[in-house]
Design a protein around this ligand. Structure first.
Ligand code: SAM
Length: 451
């Protein structure tokens, strides 16, 4: 897509025109991408999934959607009175709980039996948990106003394209659960935790805002320690990570994995249950994958692989090592890979993890870190642009800053800009030698610079 840019100081009229042309261009690109991939444009009211829903390689489509979304928001923000925007933000707390009521009561699953719609009284009768029909009507009306479900006639609802994402088979819903039940505790305590003398000044994960919220009922430690003491939450966290992998596979499609020799051994540091490495092992059956995580998670990982990919376990192409990456990481692998690990930790601990990986590496080992990268820069000439460019909308994606806040509130950690990843590496004799753009994340390759 051609890049458009105007100075941020252009007149509002010019800005509006630029935004409109971005909206037009990105809409055309999105439509073209569907056509190029052989798909029709999805119908929002359709009660059936669209074949593109499961296509993870439509990167240009995803890019055009990010630009379209950013430009639409900016346009509304430009033209709307500011209190309009503020009032919109005041409404967000109801969204996740209402979505979760729909999921837990299996409303989308129930509606698949009735594509032309079902009365709310009937839905309430079939729902697995007690739901008072009038209250349920409030919930579904609210969700329909947000684009989930279609109201066919008064109080008669049908699934639509968006509500299909709430089917109980979608593992990503575990992220909705942890977001609503767990992450909300961290966010909710931010104002008090940030101004608390003890917690506010600390960069220790054991003193993160989330721990401030739960400390009365917690024996101490960081969020991952807390998770181990809460089995249902732990299961949801693992499932959510797997679900996330299903919607963010460009990392797998990036050419680097094809460069590796047959039989390469890959150490997935902080693997979780192996949402990424199970896809990697399937795509490259000669690779040997070693998963490293906390003991309880590694037990969970082994169960997950035995159920999802037993052949790999039987052929000893997957090994499960319990350990603490803040202490030690198994040595001698061809490749070290860590996805969404460094962002979980403040600098002092991130340096320890990278240092341990560095010590585990052979001189010819390769190291790949997959993370979100903030668009800040420490180069004065290269500071984040305030121009209205497509690049601005891509890198300034709101999800990035949401994650940054999430890391702060859960672990006193953060998302980082590229120079911060450079700085971390330089502390332990590593240097970034290549960056692959994976749309929302980047894959950074580090090499050893000092022995
Ligand atoms: C955000 S998850 C990322 C999981 C996986 N890399 C992925 O992308 O799906 C962070 C992982 O780090 C693990 N972890 C946290 N502290 C750890 C420690 N001290 N040693 C080993 N693993 C740890 C957690 O159990 C969790 O599985």
């Amino acid at each position: 897509m051609a890049m458009q840019s105007i100075p941020s100081f252009g007149s509002p009229r010019v800005q509006v025109k630029t935004l409109l042309s971005m909206i037009l261009a990105s809409t055309k690109t999105a439509m073209q991408e569907y056509e190029n991939a052989g798909f029709s444009i999805p119908a929002p009211d359709s009660p059936e999934a669209h074949p593109s829903d499961f296509a993870s390689n439509l990167v240009d489509l995803q890019k055009s959607i990010i630009i379209l979304e950013g430009a639409c928001c900016k346009l509304v923000q430009t033209l709307a009175p500011p209190v309009h925007m503020l009032r919109n933000h005041l409404m967000t707390p109801a969204e996740q709980p209402c979505l979760w009521v729909a999921v837990e009561s299996k409303i989308p699953d129930i509606l698949t039996q009735s594509p032309n719609g079902m009365h709310v009284n009937e839905i309430a009768k079939i729902a697995p948990k007690f739901l008072e029909p009038q209250k349920l009507s409030h919930i579904i009306h609210f969700l329909a106003s947000r684009g989930y479900f279609r109201e066919v006639s008064y109080n008669v609802f049908a699934n639509n394209h968006l509500s299909l994402t709430l089917l109980s088979s979608n593992p990503l819903l575990s992220l909705l659960y942890i977001s609503m039940k767990i992450f909300s505790k961290g966010f909710g305590s931010l104002p008090d935790a940030l101004t608390d003398l003890d917690y506010g000044n600390s960069k220790d994960p054991d003193k993160a805002p989330f721990i401030f919220a739960v400390h009365d009922n917690f024996t101490g430690g960081d969020f991952f320690d807390w998770l181990q003491q809460h089995p249902i939450d732990k299961e949801h966290f693992a499932a959510g990570m797997v679900g996330l992998n299903n919607v963010s596979t460009p990392g797998l499609h990036c050419g680097v994995w094809n460069e590796l020799p047959e039989g390469a051994s890959i150490c997935d540091v902080g693997s979780g249950v192996g949402g990424f490495s199970i896809c990697l092992a399937r795509a490259h059956p000669s690779f040997k994958v070693t998963l490293v995580d906390r003991r309880e998670v590694i037990d969970q990982a082994e169960r997950f692989w035995r159920s999802e990919y037993p052949q790999a376990v039987q052929d000893q192409r997957a090994a499960f090592v319990s350990g603490d990456f803040l202490k030690d990481i198994p040595g001698g692998h061809d490749v070290y890979f860590a996805r969404h690990i460094i962002h979980d930790w403040p600098d002092s601990k991130a340096i320890v993890i990278l240092g341990n990986i560095r010590r585990a590496m052979r001189l010819d080992s390769r190291l790949f870190i997959e993370e979100h990268i903030l668009p800040h820069s420490n180069n004065a000439k290269d500071t984040r642009t305030t121009d209205l460019t497509e690049e601005t909308f891509l890198t300034g994606s709101r999800r990035l800053y949401h994650l940054d806040m999430l890391m702060l509130s859960m672990m006193n950690a953060k998302e980082r800009a590229i120079h911060e990843f450079d700085d971390l590496g330089s502390k332990v004799g590593l240097k970034i030698i290549k960056r692959w753009d994976l749309l929302e994340t980047s894959l950074l390759e580090y090499a050893i610079v000092s022995v």
